[in-house]
Write a protein that binds this ligand. Structure first.
Ligand code: PXL
Length: 267
C-alpha cells in the first residue's frame, strides 16, 4: 500500500482544535499519511501566565529531516512559525527540498488571542517564505498585515488585496473572508490572471478555533492527492464549512471545529 505523504510544520495546540492537532486530524480524514514538525507548543496556562514554548532550532530541523529522509514528502504546509529564525530555517529547508506542493498559512493570531507570530517576523515571512508557496492562505487581518494596508471590508476590497499579495511571489493567493461582516463566507482565489470566488453560507457560531488550520491542511492533503489548486481549495472549503457548521462546544468559551463532521454527520 502507498498513500500520499504530507508534512505540517506548525505549532502544537494543546487544546486540540488548531495547529498540528487540527492538521493531523484533517490529514487522516483525507486519507494521506500525516507527519509533523512542531515549532512551538501553545498551551495557555493562567496560573503560570506562560503559554508559548518555542522548540529549539535543532529539534525543529531534526523533525523536518526525519520526515524528508525516512518517509518522503509529497506536500507540506506551514502554520505557526513564531520567530524570524524559525521562518528562515524552514524556508531554507523547503528551498533545498524538491517539494512543490507548499501551502503557507501565515498564522499570526490564534482565535483565543495568542500572538503566534512576532511582529518583527512578518517581513521575513513575506520575503522569504511566501515566494516558495504554491498557495498562501491569509485571512483578512493577515492579508492587511502582510501588505500594511487597511483590513478589507467588502468582497471588492478582498479582490484588490488578493492581486496585491500576488506580487509577493506565491503561485496562488487565497484570501479568506470568514470574518467579513455582513456577507456570506466568501474567499478569493487569484492565480495571477483571474479571480475565482468561492462562496458558502455564513455559519453563525463562535466555535471556530482551528478553522484556518483545518482549511490549509485540507488544501495540502488534496494537492498531495493530485487535485489542481482550484479543485483542492473547493474541496477543502466544503470540508471546513462542514467542520464549522457542526463545531464542538465544550461549554467554556470558544470551542473547536469538528474535523470529522463531513464523515460522521449527514447534512
Ligand atoms: O488557529 C491558529 C493557531 C495555529 N497554530 C496554533 C494555535 C492556533 C490557535 O490557537 O494554537 C499552534
Amino acid at each position: 500500500m502507498s498513500i500520499p505523504k504530507v508534512l505540517t510544520i506548525a505549532g502544537s495546540a494543546a487544546q486540540g482544535s488548531a495547529g498540528i492537532q487540527a492538521d493531523l486530524k484533517t490529514f487522516q480524514e483525507f486519507n494521506v499519511y500525516g507527519m509533523s514538525a512542531v515549532t512551538a507548543i501553545v498551551a495557555n496556562n493562567k496560573q503560570t501566565e506562560r503559554g508559548i514554548f518555542t522548540q529549539p532550532m535543532d529539534a525543529i530541523e531534526a523533525q523536518i529531516y526525519a520526515s524528508f529522509e525516512h518517509v518522503g514528502v509529497d506536500a507540506l504546509k506551514t502554520g505557526m512559525l513564531f520567530t524570524e529564525d524559525i521562518i528562515k530555517k524552514v524556508a531554507g529547508l523547503i528551498k533545498a527540498s524538491e517539494v512543490t506542493n507548499v501551502v503557507v498559512d501565515p498564522v499570526m493570531i490564534g482565535k483565543m488571542g495568542s500572538q503566534l507570530l512576532k511582529d518583527e517576523a512578518i517581513e521575513t515571512l513575506t520575503q522569504e517564505l511566501v515566494p516558495l508557496a504554491k498557495v498562501v492562505t491569509p485571512n483578512l487581518h493577515e492579508a492587511a498585515r502582510m501588505l500594511q494596508c487597511e483590513v478589507p471590508e467588502t468582497p471588492e476590497d478582498m479582490k484588490v488585496v488578493a492581486r496585491d499579495l500576488y506580487h509577493l511571489g506565491a503561485e496562488y493567493v487565497l484570501v479568506k473572508g470568514g470574518s467579513l461582516k455582513g456577507y456570506p463566507a466568501v474567499d478569493m482565489l487569484y492565480d495571477g490572471s483571474s479571480i475565482t470566488e468561492l462562496e458558502t453560507e455564513r455559519v453563525e457560531t463562535i466555535h471556530t478555533s482551528g478553522a484556518g488550520c483545518t482549511y490549509s491542511a485540507a488544501i495540502t492533503a488534496e494537492l498531495a492527492n493530485g487535485y489542481s489548486v482550484e479543485e483542492a481549495v473547493r474541496r477543502a472549503k466544503s470540508f471546513v464549512t462542514s467542520a464549522i457548521r457542526h463545531a464542538l462546544s465544550f461549554d467554556r468559551g470558544i470551542g473547536s471545529t469538528y474535523h470529522a463532521a463531513h464523515r460522521v454527520i449527514n447534512d
